[in-house]
Design a protein around this ligand. Structure first.
Ligand code: SDX
Length: 436
């Protein structure tokens, strides 16, 4: 029976080492025994951007990038998008099981009654410039929630973690909608607890002078599906930020702000906004070849394409594409859709993209739906952040409860100067700039 170990021979010393293999992985710390001299630190692994490093064990989300598989707690994303709701999915991510009817009712009621933020949030929000990007307002305001709920620092109190989960899921749509209303000079529309989670969000975003906003059920359901698709995605950049900041026992609201800050980047959750700007810049189908040329020359990226894990079609993009048709039935087709479809067709036939296994990801089509629903482009990263809060908090709680986890503190490979003595000013000569 083959042993589940790796035999390593250090050719510097001729010594061999047996390293246990568990879950197709070796512990990096098991390499530290490999030394030349006893006083050596021992071997490390060097892995910029963590391309091949597992930072945790998790039971929340499973992705098979080659097969294009995504499952939350074992349930395929296609089935959840088809049969579940975002709030039920958030419960599943956090608790690990689908709720009973009674559990779901209690969970939905709890979230519904936590949607209103402290009135002081408005004063805080009004400190931003009138044209502040709503994601900048979102990041700052979510961090400020830690000052309204200082007890959230008690990260080892299960009751505090539970109420924080309610507050995080419930208050972030309100903060997002308030940020939008502030940036367009509209009065805030307060939560309507008679509406569903996404219906209420649409109301807070788009309510005019009517007494009560009536969400279009097709758009309400489409947004719910989009929120399901965006809820979690294992150890992506923003979730890793949540775990790293949370590992210092920082309160979860401040950690969510750090995660949202990471998501804001155009290579991550900011890509949905960048896709729309790219499609608008291309402007028409006949300009696509020229843009593809610029991509191949490395001048620009094809935003919404490529993924660190998916080397096949992102299963979420497939579902979003189907959802787009239902939305456009109601809103009218987004004129940029034809450019997006033609861009995808060309890219999927082009060797540059095929050899690099670049396929549309979750961000390629989502922005087209958001724009058709009336959301301004700069709100798109915020629309990504809202549902991801349930994933971030689920991953954070898993980290807090994991006995193997401690404060994150990676090592480095030092290639700088050796020891040297301080040089008095009069003895210094201009050193030709060797470093930028
Ligand atoms: C999300 O991690 C997650 O799970 C994230 C996410 C989630 O749910 O949390 O799925 C959400 O962030 C989706 C990704 C959204 N970002 C974009 O659409 C931005 C455009 N995509 C790229 O920036 C890129 O594909 C990344 C950042 C998504 C992935 O980058 P990798 O894995 O580091 O890949 P790479 O940069 O090493 O690229 C490999 C090759 C390179 O070419 P060569 O140097 O080999 O010649 O592919 C090229 C890259 O230049 N490439 C692209 C490209 N993406 C990769 N070329 C043109 N356009 C692109 N979009």
């Amino acid at each position: 029976m083959p042993k589940n170990t790796l035999t390593i021979t250090d050719n510097r010393t001729g010594k061999t080492y047996e390293i246990p293999i568990e879950h197709d992985t070796i512990r990096a710390m098991d390499l530290r025994q490999i030394k030349v001299a006893d006083r050596d630190f021992g071997l490390m692994t060097y892995d910029p951007a963590y391309l091949n490093t597992a930072a945790c064990k998790s039971t929340i989300t499973y992705i098979d990038g080659d097969a294009g598989i995504l499952r939350y707690r074992g349930y395929p994303i296609e089935q959840l998008a088809e049969q579940s709701t975002y709030l039920e999915t958030a419960y599943l991510l956090y608790r690990g099981e689908l709720p009973t009817r009674q559990q779901l009712d209690r969970w939905v009621t709890g979230v519904t009654h936590h949607t209103i933020p402290h009135e002081k949030i408005k004063n805080f929000m009004e400190g931003f410039r009138y044209d502040a990007h709503p994601m900048g307002i979102f990041v700052g305001t979510v961090a400020a929630l830690s000052t309204f709920f200082p007890e959230s620092k008690q990260v080892f109190d299960p009751e505090v973690r539970r109420i924080t989960f309610y507050r995080g899921v419930a208050k972030t749509p309100t903060i997002a909608a308030f940020a939008h209303r502030y940036s367009i000079g509209m009065p805030y529309a307060y939560p309507d607890n008679e509406l569903s989670y996404t219906g209420n969000f649409l109301s807070m975003m788009f309510k005019g002078t009517e007494l009560r906003y009536k969400p279009n059920p097709v758009l309400e359901r489409a947004l719910d599906i989009l929120f399901i698709l965006h809820a979690d995605h294992e150890q992506n950049c923003s979730t890793s930020a949540m775990r790293v900041v949370g590992s210092a026992q920082t309160d979860p609201f401040t950690a969510i702000a750090a995660a949202a800050a990471a998501l804001y980047g155009p290579l991550h959750g900011g890509a949905n906004e960048a896709v729309l700007r790219m499609l608008a810049e291309i402007g028409s189908k006949d300009k696509i070849p020229a843009y593809i040329k610029r991509v191949k020359a490395g001048e620009v990226k094809l935003m919404g394409f490529g993924h660190r894990v998916y080397k096949n079609y992102d299963p979420r993009a497939r579902i979003i594409k189907r959802t787009a048709d239902e939305v456009f039935e109601v809103t009218g087709k987004n004129p940029l859709l034809d450019i997006a479809l033609e861009l995808e067709r060309i890219a999927l036939e082009d060797d540059y993209f095929v050899t690099r296994k670049l396929y549309p990801n979750v961000d390629f089509y989502s922005g087209l739906i958001y724009q058709a629903m009336g959301f301004p482009t700069d709100m798109f990263p915020v629309l990504f952040a809202i549902p991801r809060v349930s994933g971030w908090l689920s991953q954070w709680e898993e980290m807090i409860l994991d006995p193997e986890q401690k404060i994150a503190r990676p090592r480095q490979v030092y290639l700088g100067e050796g020891e040297r003595n301080y040089v008095p000013m009069e003895e210094r000569e201009a050193v030709t700039a060797t470093r930028s």
